[in-house]
Design a protein around this ligand. Structure first.
Ligand code: DGL
Length: 267
């Protein structure tokens, strides 16, 4: 492995660009190779077997591009396909679920934590296991929020319809008197301002994109794989399996700036 190699980041689509944005902030010198499986998303409604098959294919694609680390930016893949990814990978693997679970468990004084995620992530029970592995005393409540990802993709991050859906999803969560809410899906950090308003100042929102970037940084430093600062500006590459309508707007929303050119992978 070489410090000049890129970090391979992958997701079911373009929501994982929220993690790339956090990586750019935490690791501005690192090159990113991003893979978004836009032709086959959503993963969050598919079976674990199907998602694991897709994850294996993407892992091999990125490993063939000489990455020094893999970041599983998709919570659904992290929930049901991590063993497949780590078995194939010869490089360190960081995933959003473990990062989010640790961040939730680290909340001093927290007793009850909620996880908002896709159907597939919630039914896997992976967040609950990961949080309780850190803190067995925590009560974990999971809530599937299947409408959130399409609402974000519509650009409705602060819209009355999204607020209505959020109130519905948050009702059981708030009734359980939680101290923290894990945003357990790539798209949900974009709903932070709306969710923060609805839950009030007493409930902390855990953004797994930021914690993932911090863990990636720590893991690269531990393996002495950080790219030296001050060299040539990093060149990033973006691969997708489809360029759907509104792709550029949604990508810019997730990434925080316009997405450079993408390369189409015809799977
Ligand atoms: N990337 C997925 C996740 O974080 C959300 C979108 C999808 O369902 O594919 O769970």
């Amino acid at each position: 492995m070489n410090r000049e190699h890129a970090i391979g980041v992958f997701d079911s689509g373009i929501g994982g660009l929220t993690v790339v944005r956090a990586l750019h902030e935490a690791l501005p010198d690192e090159r990113i190779v991003y893979f978004g499986d836009t032709a086959r998303l959503p993963y969050g409604t598919k079976s674990a077997t199907t998602v694991a098959g897709y994850a294996a294919q993407i892992t091999e694609f990125l490993l063939a591009r000489d990455v020094k680390m893999l970041v599983v930016a998709c919570n659904t893949m992290a929930a049901v396909a991590l063993p497949v990814v780590t078995r194939l990978a010869s490089v360190p693997v960081i995933d959003v679920l473990e990062a989010g679970a640790r961040a939730a468990a680290d909340r001093a004084g927290a007793r009850r934590v909620a996880v908002l995620a896709t159907h597939t992530t919630v039914s896997s029970g992976a967040y609950e296991r990961a949080i309780r592995a850190q803190r067995a005393d925590l009560t974990v409540i999971s809530q599937a929020c299947p409408l959130f990802a399409p609402l974000v993709e519509e650009g409705w991050v602060d819209h009355p319809v999204t607020e209505l859906a959020a109130r519905e999803y948050l009702r059981p969560v708030l009734a359980a008197d939680v101290d923290a809410i894990v945003l357990g899906c790539t798209h949900y950090p974009l709903l932070s301002p709306l969710l923060a308003r609805l839950v009030g100042p007493g409930v902390v929102l855990v953004d797994s994109a930021r914690t993932t970037a911090a863990r990636a940084r720590a893991a690269l430093a531990a393996c002495d794989l950080l790219r030296a600062p001050g060299g040539a500006a990093p060149v990033h590459r973006y691969y997708v399996t489809d360029v759907p309508p509104r792709f550029r707007e949604v990508a810019a929303l997730c990434l925080g700036h316009p997405l450079p050119d993408v390369q189409l992978v015809p799977w």
